[in-house]
Design a protein around this ligand. Structure first.
Ligand SMILES: Nc1ncnc2c1ncn2[C@@H]1O[C@H](COP(=O)(O)OP(=O)(O)O)[C@@H](O)[C@H]1O
Ligand SMILES: NC(=O)OP(=O)(O)O
Length: 311
């Protein structure tokens, strides 16, 4: 099988963790312990988030007195792909000696007139109290928004249209290479009026890019791996219940928060609607059971869909 997995930010940095490299590398090693058995059995493409890491690097840059202006977000996105891609690459090579693994810095095409540029929604960096967030917004020219009980910086998050390096990724996957790519949704780029690629100030949602990649690579399964065992109905209320097996039609009838489960649900529904294949959301340490339909929230085109056909 060909499987595309999107590794949640929680796999790299748990809530409350300091963003130290050592902490994140230890988390990556744990994540790879879960993913290595899947890489042994299947063609595997790994994407990952970068929201917290973009925040760390953006703060460093904005406070660097040597710079005439802080590094733009496309450049910071590329930095995070290099850094996190390297951590995953090394952990996988150590876990699977003899297996070819490749980490790529990739670009994702977006529309220059995407309305998201005028309405920032993507949370990046750490959480703050409201007063501190507003103070930093004034100081650095950030937009900040409420994220649950805290506040965070938000940046534009245009829709991914195409992973520029798709053909190269497909070629590598076919040879059995595990490919790490489209991290942080990919470096956001547009084509300028003479057809050249140019980076833009944005952070793309990695779950949406992962879904697009899964579709264009003709993956048999698309898994979003995070820290909850399943998508819940009535999340956080006494009536909360786990959704085990569902369809895009049923899932789209529910409401999910924009900053967390909403884009994941959109991504899996889009993949299943377009391809008729299986997608799922669940916990990283259950990834193999999820692929067998025995854990996670499994999304298929209809309720009669035979899960065993994916094995
Ligand atoms: N309906 C829901 N069912 C399950 N989790 C939900 C739901 N709504 C919101 N969440 C939250 O979404 C989080 C996962 O989203 P997010 O933190 O963005 O993941 P990641 O960083 O791993 O990609 C869970 O930890 C949970 O707190
Ligand atoms: N780019 C992105 O979606 O990152 P997170 O998953 O870490 O928010």
């Amino acid at each position: 099988m060909r499987v595309v997995v999107a590794l949640g930010g929680n796999a790299l940095m748990r809530r409350g963790d300091k963003p130290d490299a050592d902490t994140q590398r230890a988390n990556v090693r744990n994540a790879i312990k879960c993913l290595a058995p899947m890489a042994e059995r299947h063609e595997l493409v790994i994407t990952h988030g970068n929201g917290p890491q973009v925040g760390v690097l953006a703060l460093e840059s904005v406070n660097d007195a040597n710079l005439s202006r802080p590094y733009p977000l496309d450049t910071i996105g590329a930095e995070t792909q290099g850094m996190i891609g390297y951590w995953i690459l090394q952990a996988l090579q150590n876990a699977l000696p003899g297996r070819q693994v490749l980490a790529l810095v990739t670009q994702t095409l977006v529309s220059a007139v995407d309305p998201a540029f005028g309405d920032p929604t993507k949370f990046v960096g750490q959480v703050y109290g409201e007063d501190e967030a507003r103070k930093l917004a004034g100081e650095y020219g950030w937009t900040v928004k409420q994220d649950g009980e805290y506040w965070r910086r938000v940046v534009p998050s245009p829709k991914p249209q195409r992973v520029i390096e798709t053909r190269l990724i497909r070629r590598q996957v076919r040879t059995g290479t595990v490919v790490i790519c489209a991290g942080g949704g990919g470096v956001p780029v547009v084509r300028n009026d003479v057809g050249q690629l140019e980076g833009v100030e944005a952070v793309i949602d990695k779950d949406l890019t992962a879904a697009l990649l899964a579709e264009t690579l003709e993956a048999d399964a698309f898994l979003i791996l995070t820290d909850v065992p399943r998508v819940m109905r009535n999340f956080g209320t006494p009536r909360q219940e786990e959704i085990t097996h569902t369809t895009p039609h049923e899932l789209r009838a529910e409401n999910f928060p924009a900053g967390s489960m909403g884009p994941k649900v959109d991504a899996v529904c889009g993949f299943v609607e377009k391809t008729g294949d299986m997608a799922a959301i669940g916990r990283l340490d259950q990834c193999l059971q999820i692929l067998e339909g025995a854990a996670g929230t499994i999304v298929t085109p209809n309720a009669m869909w035979p899960l065993t056909s994916t094995l």
